[in-house]
Design a protein around this ligand. Structure first.
Ligand code: KG4
Ligand code: ZN
Length: 355
């Protein structure tokens, strides 16, 4: 039963966690969202500096809460790819320094593998391969998982990620950053059927549409047009701007598109389980929609626990634990790779990674 300390600093959350055998002994996240909210998005330079400030206290906190001494750790892990280069460096340098200091093995972790593993912090998964819908601020992908480290991407967004669409639409609606929670709150009492918004289909070169891939940039433009028209109506003395209905209609179409295409892929692949992870997987309407659809179609589903949908270090520890159990170790000189694809994650464990 290995015990690991893991660090996560790939974007705008600083996080540390101690995990033993897929059980979280302690997990802490320091969010920087308020700081970035002033600028309407993540400012990389600010993110790096805040990670430097926040990480030592977070590490101390999880070590104390878990009651685990550094000497008792089996390994130390940190997210090494992908993400903001400066932000990744803070966690990686800190993790590697601790590993060197305490003479522990170090594991660099792929952030998306962390998200995929977040579901293991909830109910046990049914046996067999499954399809994961990974929906975050930077990625919207369907990934077939045939076992630890065996990933095959079957679909992706051709433009904006779902979380990015939430963030951009929230800005159009004058709501705060991050957009997902703000839209969810605004949509709570809205009518999701009031406005019909486009489902963003992706044309195929040979004709027809791609069965699974997503496109969210047209949806964002459609919301912009709708907002302009409704604001003009309001200015002309008409109905006050119906922000709740717009937010609910937007949430509904995103949920419909994600769930329709992913359940189709599950069936086409002959799979029986659908998993959803990532920041957008925290969305209440999307969770409900997925549960309804899966139960109607006889598909088993597992959702990442709410606390582990958005960025955290517990999921990074689980991913590291899995790799560690398979014998993987990273070089202590391992650098960071801001753009590494998930399929390339094994290079993190080569004696000499190519970066
Ligand atoms: O996974 P995550 O924390 O970071 C990335 O790896 O990108 O995801 C952040 C994204 C943001 O775009 C945020 O707006 C979205 O997740 N998000 C949500 C909700 N909570 C966070 N989107 C919809 N509904 C939510 N409740
Ligand atoms: Zn993430």
């Amino acid at each position: 039963m290995p015990t690991l300390l893991a660090l996560e600093t790939s974007c705008d959350e600083s996080a540390a966690a101690v995990v033993r055998d897929q059980r979280v002994l302690a997990s802490a996240v320091a969010s920087q969202v308020e700081e970035h909210a002033r600028w309407g998005g993540v400012v990389p330079e600010i993110a790096s500096r805040r990670h430097v400030e926040a990480l030592p206290a977070l590490i101390e906190q999880v070590m104390q809460q878990s009651g685990v001494a550094f000497a008792e750790l089996d390994a130390i892990a940190a997210t090494a790819a992908p993400g903001l280069v400066g932000a990744l460096l803070v966690g990686s340098v800190t993790g590697r320094s601790l590993a060197r200091l305490y003479g522990k093995p170090f594991l660099g972790v792929h952030h998306l593998e962390g998200h995929l593993c977040s579901v293991q912090l909830g109910e046990p998964l049914p046996p067999g391969p499954y399809l994961v819908l990974l929906v975050s601020g930077g990625h919207t992908e369907m990934i077939r998982v045939d076992g630890p480290g065996c990933y095959q991407r079957l679909a992706r967004s051709r433009d904006d990620a779902a979380g990015e669409a939430f963030d951009k639409v929230a800005r159009l609606l004058g709501l705060g950053y991050p957009g997902g929670p703000a839209i969810q709150a605004a949509a709570e009492h809205g009518d999701p059927t009031r406005f019909v918004l486009p489902k963003g289909r992706v044309s195929q070169p040979g004709g027809g549409f791609h069965p699974y891939d997503f496109s969210f940039s047209g949806l964002k433009t459609a919301v912009l047009r709708l907002v302009n028209q409704l604001k003009a109506d309001e200015a002309a003395g008409g109905e006050p701007f119906p922000i709740a209905d717009v937010a609910a209609s937007f949430e509904q179409v995103v949920a419909d598109v994600l769930v329709e295409r992913t359940t189709r892929c599950v069936r086409d692949q002959g799979l029986s389980t659908l998993v959803m992870v990532g920041g957008v997987a925290a969305n209440r309407r999307l969770r409900q929609r997925l549960e309804q659809r899966c139960s109607a179609l006889g598909i088993q589903w597992r959702l990442a626990p709410l606390a582990y949908c958005t960025d955290n270090a517990a999921m990074i520890a689980v991913a590291a634990e899995q790799r560690f159990a398979a014998g993987a170790r990273s070089a202590i000189e391992l650098a960071v790779a801001p753009r590494l694809a998930l399929e390339e994650a094994p290079v993190l464990y080569e004696p000499q990674a190519p970066f």
